[in-house]
Design a protein around this ligand. Structure first.
Ligand code: BTN
Length: 246
């Protein structure tokens, strides 16, 4: 991974840059980094605050042999890789909130966006976007993010070497992707469960189908979250937003 690497001082979104490379036929593992994004994208069409020099804003190309219903596995794999890299590089006790927000003490310091391009029900390629809040100071967040976001620098008291962190993320991604292809999803699933802060907790899931309350009990083989409702029935959650209850 990273054999084809592009570094940009400013771009709209590294997701679009990698998508363009993918359409030009570059091999998987290609990566684009930016110092700043002017139109950083989050999940559910949200904006991702990406000011210059404060974070690791990067996107990576995958060309997996995968059917569309299994792409959540790649999302979870990316979350595990980034979480491991952050822990190793900074010592921060990052945990994963399903599907793949990384939190420290309940505050988000990293988001992951997986966008898949599909043709005839086959995945042609996936672009994994990773945004790590590395060197923000406490007062540098806009008001709407102040209470929900944090940075590695705020949490550890140490500035982050963003180049070293980006390199560690690529190394972990390559390692886990290899493992995933060789051994299948079960190994990723165990790693994910060990790093998760969502399991064994009362959660509320909001998605276009409504709201589901219950206890998050594990991952199913496709990567969906298993939620046990009060009546004992289990539901599989494929996408949505999780919040805690109690
Ligand atoms: C989320 O939690 O909503 C996902 C945020 C993903 C942000 C990253 S930053 C690099 C890449 N480029 C983008 O425009 N978004 C992703």
């Amino acid at each position: 991974f990273g054999r084809k690497a592009v570094m940009l001082s400013s771009t709209q979104s590294t997701q679009n840059d990698v998508q363009k490379l993918a359409e030009e036929g570059v091999a998987e593992g290609a990566v684009v980094f930016a110092e700043e994004q002017t139109g950083g994208k989050g999940r559910f069409g949200r904006k991702w605050f990406s000011p210059p020099g404060k974070g690791v804003w990067m996107s990576v190309l995958f060309r997996p042999k995968l059917s569309l219903q299994h792409t959540p596995q790649l999302t979870l794999m990316t979350g595990v890789a980034v979480c491991r890299a952050i822990r190793a590089c900074t010592g921060a006790q990052a945990g994963i909130k399903w599907p793949n927000d990384l939190l420290i003490d309940g505050r988000k310091m990293c988001g992951i966006l997986l966008e898949s391009t599909v043709e005839d029900h086959e995945v042609r390629y996936c672009v994994a976007g990773i945004g790590v809040d590395a060197n923000f100071e406490a007062g540098e967040y806009p008001e709407d993010l102040q209470h929900i976001a944090t940075s590695l620098k705020i949490e550890t008291g140490q500035p982050v070497d963003r180049t070293a962190l980006a390199a560690a993320i690529l190394t972990e991604l390559e390692h886990l992707y290899f493992l995933y292809q060789k051994e299948g999803f079960s190994v990723i699933s165990s790693l994910w469960e060990a790093l998760s802060v969502s399991l064994d907790r009362k959660v509320v899931i909001t998605n276009p189908h409504g709201m589901i309350e219950g206890t998050a009990v594990g991952l199913d083989p496709s990567g969906a979250l298993i939620v046990e409702k009060q009546d004992g029935q289990r539901e599989l959650i494929v996408s949505g937003e999780v919040s805690w209850k109690g």
